[in-house]
Design a protein around this ligand. Structure first.
Ligand code: FAD
Ligand code: MG
Length: 349
């Protein structure tokens, strides 16, 4: 949910466009490098591809290939009936399901993060996740008994992966890759665009981004939205070539219940309830997949567990915002961050 901002400060928001409208900032005949951009609605969000260059036709071709990559991976990792995810969810306990090596590698990464996050990140959240249907009108808070009953089917330790074969030990176990596959797809699209000859660009899926190269001689710049005033920006920072930035927040997929409380889509798999430590977590790192998954994990883990995780694994930087709009950020970001909302106080750690 971060947005890419180029050096000129023009915020490149991810607009919601229908699949048929393609937005091309076109410079028909000039050879001067230009910023080209196309967006499509895919995998439940807006995927925006940007490239800085002068060969419009080659750039368009690269975009076509990258959008096809999103379709290909979305069919494997989404909820289509024939996807790897659906085949695992539909299988009976004890049945070995053969999945694609790519989905298997993703599940292996997810299970490793489940272990390291003490279950805060858990792709088997799905049985309890679906109780929090923020799209339902009216939104109904599930009762404790229903949550407790669903929670019995949650637990990553009930999923075993052997090469490209998955076996679950509980019939009711169901997985969802919403917290990690989008990042993986972003990384894959970067590789497709680079292999198509694009040297400088951005892949943005629902505001999670990865940049490569630069915009001329300047680094690409990302920004973090204000979690309560989502037309506003909190801060911006340059991203080095190849860096990714992913944000998990409680402000895009949520409902306000009759009790006035906000219920959203990031679940603590240990309690079965939406996590309430933070309202926005941004992770900056070298892989969109890792940044995507860790943003969700840290959102559920809370401040002290996140700090401990980063002491053990200091390979990414974070910006954490809690319910009282207190902000905690990696001290290595101090020189990089430009505050836009001057009222924000940052505690560096
Ligand atoms: P993140 O914080 O990155 O992830 C939150 C999502 O992760 C939740 O929506 C839930 O799916 C899951 N999750 C919640 N808690 C946990 C936890 N503790 N551990 C692990 N996972 C958790 N959306 C649609 O509306 N329609 C679609 O057809 C659709 N298809 C998709 C296909 C693919 C391949 C992918 C990757 C996503 C798709 N999505 C779709 C969006 C998806 O369902 C997620 O809601 C979305 O990716 C959330 O991304 P985020 O960065 O906003 O939130
Ligand atoms: Mg994410």
């Amino acid at each position: 949910m971060s947005v890419a901002v180029n050096k000129a400060g023009a915020v490149l928001h991810t607009f919601i466009l229908t699949a048929s409208i393609v937005l091309l900032l076109v410079c028909p005949a000039c050879k001067r490098p230009e910023l080209f951009r196309e967006a499509k609605f895919q995998i439940g969000t807006v995927v925006t591809l940007s490239a800085y260059g002068s060969d419009q036709a080659a750039i368009h071709e690269a975009f076509v290939r990258a959008f096809a990559e999103v379709e290909r991976l979305g069919a494997l990792m989404g909820n289509d009936p024939s996807s790897d995810v659906s085949r695992i969810n539909d299988a009976a306990a004890g049945t070995a399901v053969t999945i694609s090596p790519e989905t298997a590698a993703l599940i292996a990464t997810a299970l490793d993060l489940s272990l390291k996050s003490q279950g805060a990140f858990d792709i088997s959240f799905a049985p309890v996740g679906k109780l929090w249907d923020y799209k339902a009108q009216p939104f109904v808070v599930p009762d404790k008994e229903t949550v407790a009953a669903s929670l019995k089917n949650v637990g990553y330790k009930n999923l075993t992966l052997n090469g490209s074969s998955v076996i679950k030990t509980r019939d009711g176990l169901a997985i969802g890759l919403g917290a990690i596959a989008k990042g993986y797809i972003i990384d894959s699209c970067v590789e497709v665009m680079r292999a198509s000859g694009i040297e400088d660009g951005i892949v943005d899926a629902g505001g999670d981004i990865r940049v490569f190269g630069k915009k001329g001689n300047r680094n690409w710049v990302a920004a973090v939205r204000h979690p309560r005033d989502t037309s506003g920006l909190l801060m911006s920072f340059p991203l080095s070539p190849g860096e990714a930035c992913a944000t998990s927040g409680d402000y895009e997929r949520f409902a306000i219940a009759g009790d006035g409380k906000r219920y959203h889509h990031i679940i603590d798999p240990r309690s079965g309830y939406p996590a309430d430590n933070f309202i926005s977590v941004t992770v900056i790192g070298t892989s969109a997949m890792i940044a995507d998954a860790r943003a969700t994990a840290f959102f559920v883990m809370g401040l002290e567990q996140t700090k401990e995780f980063l002491r053990q694994t200091p390979d990414c930087e974070v910006i954490l915002i809690d319910q009282q709009m207190r902000c905690y950020a990696s001290s290595s970001l101090k020189k990089r961050i430009q505050l836009i909302d001057k009222s924000l106080l940052i505690e560096w750690f």
